[in-house]
Write a protein that binds this ligand. Structure first.
Ligand SMILES: Nc1ncnc2c1ncn2[C@@H]1O[C@H](COP(=O)(O)OP(=O)(O)OP(=O)(O)O)[C@@H](O)[C@H]1O
Length: 677
């Protein structure tokens, strides 16, 4: 199904082709064609940059490498070796694609580089290539290379028309690629990588593959546009194609327009190139950098999400401002020309959209209206939904005597405390339902330098168990969860899941074998709705479904944790308890055999703990084996079919909860010691 944006893109492309084809009839001088060609070049470059840096969050300063290699491939091959220009364009794209893959392999495979280290690596690449071009006479030895004018097919008219149409074609391919990626599985994967890469990987997203794909597409598009740029400028020099202004321009365009949407760089490129042209026409070139730098600084401060989001929120106001201001200036005709009026109109429209979208303006416009998320949303509990098979009678009474023991001070939950309630316990419910061994840890050790976080842990977890993992702070619980989910690799030992050795498997492959986890501090994908957070797990789980099929399934999972009424909200709208429930829904949505819950109840109030306990029990009853790290012993006594106690990285006790909690060694090492802190 082609969406509205795709149709708009196609129509815009056809209109712009017609503008080029009938430029004589429209009375467009070659000045306008060159300006449009320049806008197309920057649209292609900014879009190429955005596919990597905007979509995946890997900020690159190396765009000039693609422009330079692309331009020099065409200049050297066609200018010095007489190769047909049309052949040099795909060759330039291929070379830049290979360059991108090389940089990606170094950054993502060898170094796992992120943030400023990745940016520095990408900054180094054009420097090296520029120096190479300068000293290597077979490139141009720093002299510059003339690009011969190819034979222009008759259908394209004169050279300016041909250059413009070629640049338009490359820009259209780039924007269409960005559009297709954003609406595809790859777009969802890249957004997840941008929001929380390790969470995405553990959920089943093959992050390395998607990052390499983004690098490759970015390189190919940047190289093709660089090649056409060589023809546009006619004479290629190191300074013109490897300069620092290229990454600065694409960054400003991406940030100005918005990095998470395919239209963002288009908006940014149109605004910046036309503004720059107007400044030049008034002899204000020297102000270029000051104005660009000022725009970047202002945007980072007031509208880091970019213009697209602001314009989309207030399209009529922005369009109205553009028409009134540009039209007004045209009618008055007291100053400037068409382009001046258009640029002023666009600037006023952008400013208005930014101001109207600001926090102050939003608060002022909403004054007197009720809050967006109704209050009852925050108080919905798992009791509000009916799930087939839900054991209605086993709920922990809300507000019951609660162990308010914070992490690391579980002493008041020692055996015999009032908090350990009588009645059905996890052990009594689960003992007769155990299946085959699902998780096997054999002499697993993990060292961090001199710290022996885990030492020779041997552990079996059977299907149907709900294992409570306890131990003092620093005893190695989270490290064990990290090893089981693949976030870390053991220093020694073997881990098997469902009979398969997962010791050295990538986390996303472990997820596909059947392991899911939550995080002590919830880590949702902030740019996605609650529904899409869960849908991601369905999409990239073992079944690998498209987004439109994953969404209804995600809603079912949200219903089981009573968050379905918040499906359209964003993680920032949720309180801690709801975020924890979202973590659980997301983990369950990946259809795991084993679910690892890392302190999923930490920081909750008593009523929330009770609600979370019901959800965990329900998940367990649905047939998922659970390992839960928890400090609240009352909760573990109710939930767990078995307790494993870690102490200083080794397994101190393992067995039925009551027995373990009454074990003198456990009381001495864990409960007793901490009870007297
Ligand atoms: N990435 C790391 N780098 C260095 N040391 C680490 C790392 N992760 C854990 N450790 C160390 O390993 C030991 C075990 O830590 P771990 O977080 O697994 O304990 P824990 O039982 O989960 O503690 P808590 O209850 O406080 O969460 C600690 O000494 C910790 O400092």
């Amino acid at each position: 199904m082609i969406r509205r944006g795709g149709i708009g893109l196609l129509v815009a492309f056809l209109v712009l082709v017609a503008v080029g084809a009938f430029s004589d009839q429209l009375g467009l001088s070659s000045f306008y064609l060159i300006l449009l060609g320049s806008i197309c070049f920057w649209i292609a470059q900014a879009t190429s940059w955005n596919i990597l840096s905007g979509y995946s969050g890997y900020f690159s300063f190396g765009q000039a490498a693609y422009v330079g290699v692309g331009a020099y491939t065409t200049a050297v091959l066609s200018g010095r070796h007489g190769v047909n220009f049309f052949l040099t364009v795909p060759l330039a794209a291929l070379l830049c694609g290979l360059l991108a893959l090389g940089v990606g392999a170094v950054a993502f495979r060898l170094g796992s580089l992120r943030g400023e280290i990745f940016a520095l690596l990408t900054l180094a690449v054009p420097f090296i290539l520029a120096a190479f071009a300068r000293i290597n006479r077979s490139v141009d030895g720093g002299q510059g290379t003339t690009v011969p004018i190819p034979e222009v097919p008759d259908a394209f008219g004169a050279l300016p028309q041909f250059q413009y149409l070629l640049a338009l074609l490359i820009a259209a391919i780039a924007v269409a690629a960005a559009y297709a990626i954003q609406h595809s599985r790859t777009g969802s994967a890249l957004a997840a990588i941008r929001d929380a890469e390790d969470v995405a990987e553990v959920m089943g997203v093959a992050t390395f593959r998607y990052k390499m794909l983004a690098m490759l597409i970015s390189g190919v598009l940047g190289g093709a546009a660089g090649s056409v740029y060589a023809l546009q400028i006619g004479f290629v020099t190191v300074e013109s194609v490897f300069g620092l202004t290229i990454p600065l321009f694409v960054i400003v365009m991406g940030v100005l327009g918005g990095r998470t949407h395919w239209l963002g760089p288009v908006i940014g490129a149109v605004l910046i190139v036309t503004l720059q042209d107007r400044l030049s026409s008034y002899g204000l070139d020297a102000w270029n950098s000051i104005i660009l730098g000022g725009i970047l600084a202002l945007l980072v401060a007031v509208s880091p999400d970019g213009l697209y989001a602001r314009l989309r929120a207030r399209p009529l106001a922005a369009l109205g401002a553009l028409v009134v201001v540009s039209g007004g200036l045209a009618v008055l005709n007291a100053w400037g020309e068409v382009l001046d009026w258009l640029v002023v109109g666009m600037l006023v429209a952008s400013l208005l959209a930014i101001v109207l979208g600001s926090r102050w303006a939003t608060a002022w416009l909403r004054r007197g209206r009720p809050a967006a998320v109704p209050d009852e949303a925050a108080t919905a509990t798992a009791d509000d939904v009916t799930v087939p098979g839900d054991a209605a009678g086993d709920a922990v009474p809300a507000g019951s005597a609660e162990s308010t023991v914070p992490a690391g001070a579980p002493g008041s939950g020692a055996p015999g405390d009032a908090e350990i309630e009588a009645g059905e316990t996890g052990a009594s419910r689960g003992a007769d339902q155990l299946g085959a061994v699902l998780v096997e840890c054999r002499q697993v050790a993990r060292y961090f330098g001199g710290v022996h976080a885990l030492e020779d842990v041997t552990l079996d977890i059977r299907a149907g168990e709900l294992v409570g993992l306890v131990g003092p702070n620093g005893s190695g619980k989270t490290t064990l969860i990290n090893l089981l989910s693949g976030a870390f690799r053991p220093t020694r030992g073997v881990i098997r899941l469902d009979g398969r050795d997962i010791t050295r498997l990538a986390p996303h492959k472990i997820a596909h074998v059947g392991m899911a986890r939550t995080y002590q501090i919830p880590r949702p994908f902030d740019s996605m709705t609650i529904r899409d957070n869960v849908a991601m797990a369905v999409m990239f789980g073992p079944e690998s479904l498209p987004l439109n099929r994953a969404r209804p399934i995600a809603e079912q999972h949200l219903a089981t944790v009573a968050l379905d009424h918040l499906a359209d909200a964003y993680p920032a709208d949720l309180n801690l308890h709801q975020r924890q429930l979202l973590e659980m829904a997301r983990a369950v949505a990946s259809n795991p055999k084993v679910l690892l819950l890392d302190e999923a109840l930490a920081g909750l109030n008593p009523a929330e703990v009770d609600n979370a306990v019901r959800v965990v029990r329900r998940i367990h009853e649905s047939g998922i084996t659970i390992v839960i790290v928890e400090h609240l012993l009352r909760v573990l006594n109710q939930l767990a079919t078995r307790l494993v106690v870690l102490d200083r990285g080794t397994c101190l006790a393992d067995g039925e909860p009551q027995t373990v909690l009454n074990d003198p060694a456990v009381i001495r090492a864990y409960l007793g010691r901490q009870a007297h802190v």
